[in-house]
Each structure stands twice: as structure tokens, then as C-alpha cells.
Design a protein around this ligand. Structure first.
Ligand code: ME8
Length: 652
């Protein structure tokens, strides 16, 4: 993305409707949202597109398994993606669905244009097809002569009449594009990878199928009704049809895209096929295709078929949506893979957000209330804090290029430098001492420095944490908008004056893990069926089932003393316990142990408790923990410490 352009068209992949949204999807969408919010704030005319990819054999089969029509099924899952993005406040301008009539019309128009260009011919396709990846492979590319090299699932042999796109014709022009545009594919290492692939030779691409039905039909002019479009041609075209290609083209001046954000799994489609299709359509190529890495669980890519997905809504509910946004962007270098860990998320919230940012704001609010009745002037800041200001500006200047180069983790790292300057300045100059020893002007100017640093950071953090930064701005008495961005960031100027308002702490400290740790559950039937034996074996290898010591300690086990026990009315199984864990008040725990223990057996005895389980409701009552027990054919026995221990003693 270059700063000089005045339009910013930003896209996410359109997500397949065979998978419910997980944190991988949320990651791409949150990055795209961050870029879109930034672009709008920077005064660029912005169009942010997301949506769902609804055609193809994979979706047809998934719908059939659920006894639904593909359309019904697509409506349902597409709705879930849209609902989640709406709940997350994602600022998309359009949510496209490939089943939209305008989209289908646009894809057909593109097909005709490619025919006109002489880029399409009819032949017979013989080869292997992976339904899960919706991709063709040659014999030599397969693993063990049968399995997909991308996802490991078995491929099927296909021999059918097909239209082909002359991809081979575009080999040289593609190489030229990569060579001439250093940043066309980001990160740059990916560009090298794509170049090697294309240099290896490109075969023409089969772009229609006849063996199933769920897709965009060929244009009537082709007079060949048994063909439907290859799902990737259909899907990639969404980036154009969303702007009206082949119909009402009034948004087409947003083309070319500033950035197509994608995961590294779909790089070949976006960095090879897509630019070749665009060349065939005589359209300019995107400025950037930016491929991020994978979120993994214990080193494995997260996906529904592996049964190891993390629900982004659960994370957002447990830790706060904007904290989650910050974590995702800060934790993993763009392009690299990242293993999702709650501990890392909690550390980021407590340390970066709580200590570095939140405490700084609290200190400013406190000091300004005490020393200057909430009024802060910037008049003397330059005079007293020239060096600090210069350092702050040097950091601010580095930010935009980092963002536009997708170096989001470095962007946030750099953005934290001014915070560190501010925190250090307070510790070094000790304004409370200056207030006492006659250096009031310097002390008040220091508050001006801090307020300006916080204002600048709030503006540049706004795209990542929109609502939180609005609260910071409110506390400082200004609004985050293009004018503030120009003044504080572009011009490097100071705001003056500030009227400080007290607000509650933004990042209360998190002491406990708030989500149930993921336990490898049975993946949904539809997804497991196709797994090759090889993969299944791998999943049961002992190492796969092991956890690290850190993972173990994410479960907090404590000794508890049962102080009260009673029957749950109308329940044959449940007892209501009050268990002392050495906290302010006993925890209420509902345990399914009534068949083996009566209330009087339990009072004043000790048990082992999972203390950081998300509270759940049972029979309308809150249960705030779980008691450990072992059950075999002889019944159930509670697990108890061998000797009495103080209530709340950690186990581990
Ligand atoms: O590929 N980590 O759709 P899709 C990070 N319909 N990102 C992940 C991820 C993970 N574990 N899993 C998924 C398709 N993603 C096509 C796209 S575009 C014209 C057609 C994200 O539902 C990442 O952005 O399989 C990846 O590229 C995308 O979801 C794949 O989504």
C-alpha cells in the first residue's frame, strides 16, 4: 500500500461455508479491518470487502450430508460469518456472497471476455482433484500417489471434458510483474517462493467442471449447459464483481485492490492464477497480495477437520474483543505461524496494555487532578522536553510505512516506544518532587508531554482498538478523527489544551485463565470422513496427545474444604456445595455425586477443585468450579488430599 494513493480497496478471502468461523478467519478479518479503519482515518476513500464462498463440490457434499439444499446450507453458514463480524463491529463496506445474482453475472462476463481474448479452449481434463482444497494436482505432486499435498486428504481421479485457461501464456508476464514490483507479494519471502514456483513452469488450468452442479453456469452464449465454473475462478472474481464488474460498474474506480489479505494456504491462487486472470481481462493488478501465517494449536493448523478450532467469540467474551485484536496483531510477526495460548494473551493484556498503557493514563489522570485541576497545557513542553519529543516523533514517523508493509507486530512494537519514553520520563523526573521543590513549570510541562504522547498513541492504536482508544481520547478531552491524525501524527504537532476526565481503569488485571482449555474433541463427522489413514495414525502418536507443563498449569487445581452441602431440589444426581478455597467467600459448586454421597458425609471434608473453570449454570444455579472424582464400575470416589491442607492450597 502506498501513501500517495487516495483510494484503498481492502479485501479478505471469502470464506467457505463448510466451516464455522474460527480464530484463523477472525485473524484475517481483524487485520483487514485494522487497515480499513486506518485508511479511513488517514483520509483515503476506503472500500473494505469480505464475504462467503458458497459454490463447489465441497459445499455441495457438505449440504447433502446434512440433508439440506446447498443454498439452504450456504444461507445458514454465511449468516453465521456475517453475524459474527457484525457482533465484532467489523467495518466492512460490503459482504459479498458468491450466490448473489450480480456476482454470477459478473463471473459469466469475465468468462466471455477471456474467450474473446483467446485464452480459453475446450479439452479433456485427466488428473487428480482434491475436493477439500478444490484444487487440481498432477500425479507427481501427490503424496504416496494418492493424497493431496496441501491438506493430506485422498484425492479423486477426474477425467472429464473441461474448458481450460491458458495459464502457460502468462508465465513470463507474471514473472515480470513479480520482478518489477518488489512488494506485490508480502512478506517478500513469499514472493521468492511464488517466483520459484512459476519459473518451474505453468500448465493450463482447468476452469470448468461437468461432474457436479453447484456452481455458476457458463454464459448462455457458450451454449454448453453441462459445465459449471471452477470454484476458484468463481471465487477470485468476487474481488471484481463486488465493485460491479460486468454490471453496474460505478465502484470499479476502487480497482486495483490495495491489498488482498489472505492466509498462506491460498497464496498460489492469489499470486499466480488471479493476476493471470486479471491480465486476461486487461485489468491492472493488485498493489499487494499479503499472506499471513497460520494460527496453530500444539503446532497443527487450526481447522474444523482437525477438531482443534478455537471460537473467536469465546476468546472475545472471556478477554475482551479489543484486547484479543491487539494480541493477535502484536503476538505473531505477520507471515509467521503462531500457537494460540491463553497465557500469552493474558501476559499481553496485563503487561503491554495494563502496565504500559493503562497505568500511564491512570497516572496522568491522578497527577493532573492533583496538580492542575484536570487542565493540562502543552505550551512549555517543547522547551523542557525537547529530547523526549524528538524521540517520540522519530517513532511516530516510522509507523505508517510499517503498517503499509503489513509489519503489524513491528508497528505495535514501535508504537509502544513513546509509551516507554513517557513512563521513563515520569520515573526519571518525578513530578511529585518537582512540585515540591519549586519546579512546578517543569512538572506541569511533563504532564503536557505525557498527555500528548497518550493522544498520539491513541490515534495510531485506534485502528487496532477502536473503542478503547475512543475512551482514552475522551479521558484526554479530544476526538480521534482525520484532523487529529493530521495534527498529531502527520504534522507532529501538539494538542493544546487538554481537559482531563477521570475514567475507570481500561485494563483491569487478569489473574486467571478464563476459558476452558481446548480439549481435542471429535471433529465433526463430515470433516473426518475423508482423512487419510496416514493422518489418523499421526493423530494418535503419543506425542500428539501430550501437553506441556505450561498447558498443565493453565488448569488451576486447589484444595477446597466443603463448608456446606445440600440437595438440589428435584434433582436425583446433584448436590449443592459451598467450598472454601481460601478466597473471600466460599465457591458454590454443583456436583453430580448425590448417588454416592449425602450432604452430611461431605461437610468439613476436603476435596480437589478445578478453580479456574468458566462458571456454568446447572438447573438454573451457578456452579463456580468442579470437584475431582474417579468413577469405575464400583461407583464414584472423591479425590482428596492425603493429609489436611489449608483451603486454597494449589495442587500441582
Ligand atoms: O480458502 N490460521 O476459504 P477458507 C490463520 N474460499 N488463518 C486461517 C486459518 C488458520 N488456522 N484457517 C483459515 C478459502 N484461515 C477460499 C478463499 S478467496 C477468493 C477464496 C483464514 O474458508 C485465512 O485467511 O478455507 C485463509 O486464507 C482463509 O481463512 C481460508 O478460508
Amino acid at each position: 500500500m502506498s501513501e500517495q494513493c487516495h483510494k484503498a480497496y481492502i479485501t479478505t478471502p471469502i470464506y467457505y461455508v463448510n466451516d464455522i468461523p474460527h480464530i484463523g478467519h477472525a485473524y484475517t478479518t481483524i487485520i483487514a479491518d485494522t487497515l480499513a479503519i486506518y485508511s479511513r482515518m488517514a483520509g483515503l476513500e476506503t472500500f473494505f470487502l469480505t464475504g462467503t464462498d458458497e459454490h463447489g463440490q465441497k459445499i455441495e457434499e457438505a449440504a447433502k450430508k446434512r440433508g439440506k439444499s446447498p443454498q439452504e446450507y450456504a444461507d445458514e453458514i454465511s449468516g453465521r460469518f456475517k453475524a459474527l463480524w457484525d457482533e465484532f463491529g467489523i467495518t466492512y463496506d460490503k459482504f459479498i456472497r458468491t450466490t448473489d445474482p450480480e456476482h454470477k453475472k459478473g463471473v459469466q462476463a469475465a468468462f466471455l471476455k477471456m474467450v474473446e481474448k483467446g485464452d480459453i479452449y475446450k479439452d479433456v481434463y485427466r488428473g487428480h482433484y482434491c475436493i477439500s482444497c478444490e484444487a487440481f494436482f498432477t500425479e507427481t505432486q501427490l503424496v504416496d500417489g494418492e493424497f493431496c499435498p496441501e491438506c493430506g486428504k485422498p484425492t479423486s481421479v477426474v477425467e472429464e471434458e473441461s474448458y481450460f485457461f491458458r495459464l502457460s501464456k502468462y508465465q513470463e508476464p507474471l514473472l515480470q510483474w513479480y520482478r518489477e514490483h518488489e512488494k506485490c507479494i508480502l512478506p517478500k519471502t513469499r514472493r521468492n517462493e511464488v517466483m520459484r514456483f512459476v519459473e518451474g513452469g505453468l500448465e493450463d488450468l482447468s476452469i470448468t467442471r461437468t461432474s457436479f452442479d453447484w456452481g455458476v453456469k457458463l454464459p448462455e452464449e457458450m451454449n454448453d449447459p453441462k459445465h459449471v465454473m471452477y470454484v476458484w475462478l468463481d471465487a477470485l472474481m468476487n474481488y471484481l464483481t463486488a465493485l460491479g464488474y460486468g454490471g453496474d460498474e460505478k465502484l470499479m474506480d476502487f480497482w486495483p485492490a490495495r491489498v488482498h489479505l489472505i492466509g498462506k494456504d491460498i497464496l498460489r491462487f492469489h499470486a499466480v492464477y488471479w493476476p493471470a486472470f486479471l491480465m486476461s481481462l486487461d485489468l491492472p493488478l493488485p498493489h499487494h497480495v499479503a499472506a499471513h501465517g497460520w494460527w496453530t494449536r500444539n503446532g497443527e493448523k487450526m481447522s474444523k477437520s482437525k477438531g482443534n478450532v478455537i471460537n473467536p467469540k469465546e476468546v472475545a467474551d472471556a478477554y475482551g474483543l479489543e484486547n484479543f485484536r491487539y494480541f493477535m496483531l502484536r503476538e505473531v510477526p505477520f507471515g509467521g505461524d503462531g500457537d494460540f495460548s491463553q497465557k500469552a494473551l493474558i501476559d499481553r493484556i496485563n503487561s503491554d496494555l495494563g502496565n504500559d498503557l493503562g497505568n500511564l493514563l491512570n497516572r496522568l489522570i491522578g497527577m493532573s487532578g492533583k496538580y492542575s485541576a484536570g487542565k493540562i497545557s502543552s505550551e512549555k513542553v517543547e522547551e523542557h522536553y525537547t529530547e523526549e519529543l524528538a524521540e517520540v516523533h522519530a517513532s511516530m514517523e516510522k509507523l505508517e510505512p510499517l503498517l503499509f508493509d503489513m509489519q503489524l507486530h513491528r508497528y505495535l512494537e514501535e508504537l509502544w516506544k513513546p509509551l516507554s519514553i513517557a513512563n521513563k520520563a515520569i520515573d526519571t523526573y518525578q513530578p511529585w518532587v518537582m512540585m515540591k521543590d519549586g519546579r512546578e513549570e517543569q512538572a506541569l510541562a511533563l504532564l503536557g508531554l505525557i498527555a500528548n504522547i497518550l493522544a498520539k498513541v491513541a490515534v495510531m492504536l485506534h485502528p487496532v482498538m477502536p473503542r478503547t482508544t475512543e475512551k482514552i481520547a475522551k479521558a484526554l478531552g479530544f476526538e480521534i478523527d482525520n484532523a487529529a491524525y493530521v495534527k498529531l501524527v502527520k504534522e507532529g504537532a501538539l494538542l493544546d489544551p487538554f481537559t482531563i476526565e477521570k475514567i475507570p481503569p481500561l485494563f483491569p488485571r487478569i489473574e486467571e485463565v478464563r476459558m476452558q482449555e481446548f480439549t481435542p474433541g471429535a471433529p465433526e463427522a463430515e470433516a473426518t470422513e475423508n482423512k487419510p489413514e496416514k493422518k489418523k495414525e499421526k493423530a494418535s502418536e503419543p506425542v500428539e496427545g501430550l501437553i506441556t507443563i505450561d498447558q498443565f498449569f493453565e488448569t488451576q487445581l486447589k484444595v477446597g474444604t466443603i463448608v456446606e452441602a445440600e440437595e438440589v431440589p428435584k434433582s436425583k444426581k446433584l448436590l449443592l456445595l459451598q467450598v472454601d478455597l481460601g478466597e473471600e467467600k466460599p465457591r458454590q459448586i454443583i456436583a453430580g455425586i448425590k448417588e454416592w454421597y449425602g450432604p452430611t458425609d461431605l461437610v468439613d471434608t476436603q476435596v480437589c477443585v478445578v478453580a479456574n473453570l468458566k462458571p456454568a449454570k446447572l438447573m438454573g444455579m451457578l456452579s463456580e468450579g468442579m470437584i475431582l472424582a474417579a468413577k469405575d464400575e464400583d461407583g464414584l470416589a472423591l479425590i482428596r488430599p492425603e493429609k489436611p491442607k489449608k483451603a486454597g492450597t494449589p495442587i500441582g
